[in-house]
Design a protein around this ligand. Structure first.
Ligand SMILES: Cc1cc2nc3c(=O)[nH]c(=O)nc-3n(C[C@H](O)[C@H](O)[C@H](O)COP(=O)(O)OP(=O)(O)OC[C@H]3O[C@@H](n4cnc5c(N)ncnc54)[C@H](O)[C@@H]3O)c2cc1C
Length: 513
């Protein structure tokens, strides 16, 4: 039996891809080396466009635990400097403060509901590809075996075996002198400033929530309801500890003392379960030199790693998965237009490059030293300018993406993320949970729908009425990027022709099966 797709890795990005493929009618096999779900809470939350993406798949509500749609944040940070987002007319910054273990649990549940087969304790160990298929070698609990598959996707993290087996390079830069310490702790309540959520620390003074950079390093503090306090430091010194031993509260306490020059009492959290105490040395910024090699593709950390500040990792990786899922499914179903699968790398690698750029820029802005302090003062001035804030916020959120749609750009939305249009029947986000291509016909006479006759097996056509929008037609790819749009109240034959061109460009000719 030849599988359609094997995914190596049931981390968040592998699970998201599995869900997307299943929604598109392809049943992947997921191989996961670890016999049990991870208890490691790397990400503390999701930041940026990905929050809206999860809303478009009906995953925001189960993760957030509330029925309301996501709301933009009033403030965030660039290079550990506060950024007031309230002046922005179209604030792109969304946050979902949930730990990675919960994200993985919700995605695993969704994958289970969709019938995805996740083989835990099964490790990808070898691979060879031929013209028609990939032969995958697996080491499982009952021994070694092989699976043939039309495609293999490596979602197996930063040290990706898939990437290495495919011979895909992972060039980039390494800063070996940085130590990140992060722990779940209990900070005395009397030190917490209820007005700001930061700290009032004797010997130092007021510390805002999240980041405090000094000329000796960075201190991070966060308190969230029903979770232990999170404390972290970044220091640019790699001596004074034994890297072979686990991080202790004493070592973290001493690191905080060096960064702040003040004493922060710490004790283990009251919550049950293992206490998070992690130390990592060095920061890597790397990007796979290709996202595809024949029948092998990479998503998530297998394709890119970068400094963690601002939490861009899953914003990038989960949207890689959403970009790839429908394209790979289209190839497997046989209706993909020529070159569709190559647009995955064409679209997503530049986004990865941009994250590498802004996370490295932020790494430079939090480094020690008086010159960096001067640079920060300059940036702090720039961050009062609304246009600068908009530029940086859109970049960090990943909301500045405009994909090349290959059709004459008739409308400012073409290539961009579709706005969550308010419709008389609800929100646009409620129509995209199936992950199918969608033609929204907002004309009074429903005249656009007929133009899509012939694509009915691939494209859902939904007549609707928009509230407070001049848009009369919108063609969405399953990743919610706009392939075609119009404001024309009564679309004529030219509008319908350009719609058919967009349908053919992204969803293949009508005759293809
Ligand atoms: C300290 C820290 C804080 C972070 N904070 C944030 C944050 O706040 N927000 C954010 O968005 N991101 C954050 N990140 C980044 C985020 O954790 C990663 O981007 C994310 O885990 C990548 O997901 P992934 O699925 O690509 O890979 P992983 O999560 O690494 O999953 C890969 C999976 O593949 C499995 N695997 C590996 N090799 C094989 C094999 N050969 N065969 C089968 N299975 C295999 C592994 O067991 C694992 O389950 C943080 C990272 C760190 C280190």
């Amino acid at each position: 039996m030849l599988a359609d797709v094997v995914i190596a890795g049931a981390g968040p990005n592998g699970l998201m891809l599995a869900c997307e493929l299943s929604l598109a009618g392809v049943r992947p096999v997921v191989l996961e080396r670890s016999p049990e779900p991870s208890r490691e809470n790397r990400a503390n939350g999701l930041v940026g466009q990905v929050v809206r993406m999860l809303d478009r798949r009906g995953l925001y509500q189960p993760l957030a635990g509330k029925p309301e749609p996501p709301q933009p944040l009033p403030a965030f940070f660039f290079g550990a400097m506060p950024m007031d987002l309230r002046p922005l007319e179209d604030n792109p910054f969304y946050l979902l403060p949930v730990p990675q273990t919960r994200i993985e649990r919700v995605l695993a549940e969704r994958a289970g509901e969709l019938g995805v087969e996740v083989r835990r304790g099964h490790e990808l160990t070898g691979m060879s590809q031929h013209a028609e298929a990939v032969t995958i070698e697996v080491s499982g609990p009952n021994g070694c075996y092989e699976i043939g598959s039309r495609y293999l996707v490596g979602a197996d993290g930063a040290h990706s075996t898939t990437r290495k087996l495919a011979g895909i390079g992972f060039p980039g830069a390494a800063s070996d002198d940085i130590v990140l310490r992060i722990a779940e702790v209990a900070v005395p309540d009397e030190l917490v400033d209820p007005a700001t959520g930061g700290l009032n620390l004797p010997g130092y003074g007021s510390i805002p929530p999240m980041y405090q950079r000094t000329e000796r390093g960075v201190f991070v503090y966060g308190r969230a309801p029903s979770r232990p306090d999170m404390v972290a430091t970044f220091e640019w010194m790699t001596d004074g500890f034994d890297p072979g031993t686990p991080l202790t509260l004493e070592e973290l306490h001493d690191s905080i003392y060096r960064v702040l020059g003040a004493d922060l009492p710490l004790r283990p959290p009251d919550a049950p379960g293992p206490q998070r105490l992690d130390r990592s040395i060095g920061v890597n910024t790397r990007l796979a030199d290709r996202y595809r090699d024949g029948r092998v593709l990479l998503v998530g950390d297998a394709a890119h790693v970068h400094f963690v500040i601002g939490g861009p990792g899953l914003n990038l990786g989960l949207q890689d998965a959403v970009n790839l899922g429908w394209k790979l499914a289209a190839v497997i179903h046989g209706w993909a237009p020529a070159g569709l699968l190559d647009t995955y790398e064409g679209e997503r690698r530049p986004v990865g490059e941009r994250v590498a750029m802004h996370s490295q820029a932020q790494l430079a802005l939090v480094a020690p030293g008086a010159e960096v302090t001067a640079l920060r003062e300059l940036f702090a001035e720039l961050l009062h300018d609304r246009r600068t804030i908009a530029h940086i916020a859109n970049m960090m959120a990943g909301a500045d993406i405009r994909y090349e749609m290959g059709v004459r750009d008739t409308h400012h939305l073409v290539g961009r993320w579709a706005p969550d249009l308010a419709l008389e029947s609800g929100r646009l986000a409620e129509l995209t949970t199936t992950a199918r291509p969608l033609l929204l016909d907002l004309t009074e006479d429903g005249s656009l729908a007929t133009a899509a006759d012939g694509w009915g097996d691939r494209v859902d056509t939904v007549p609707a009425r928009a509230k407070e929008s001049s848009i009369t037609g919108l063609l969405l790819r399953p990743d919610c990027y706009v392939a075609w749009a119009t404001d024309t109240p009564r679309p004529d034959h030219r509008d319908r022709e350009s719609l058919r061109t967009a349908l053919t460009t992204w969803f293949g000719p009508t005759a293809a099966r």
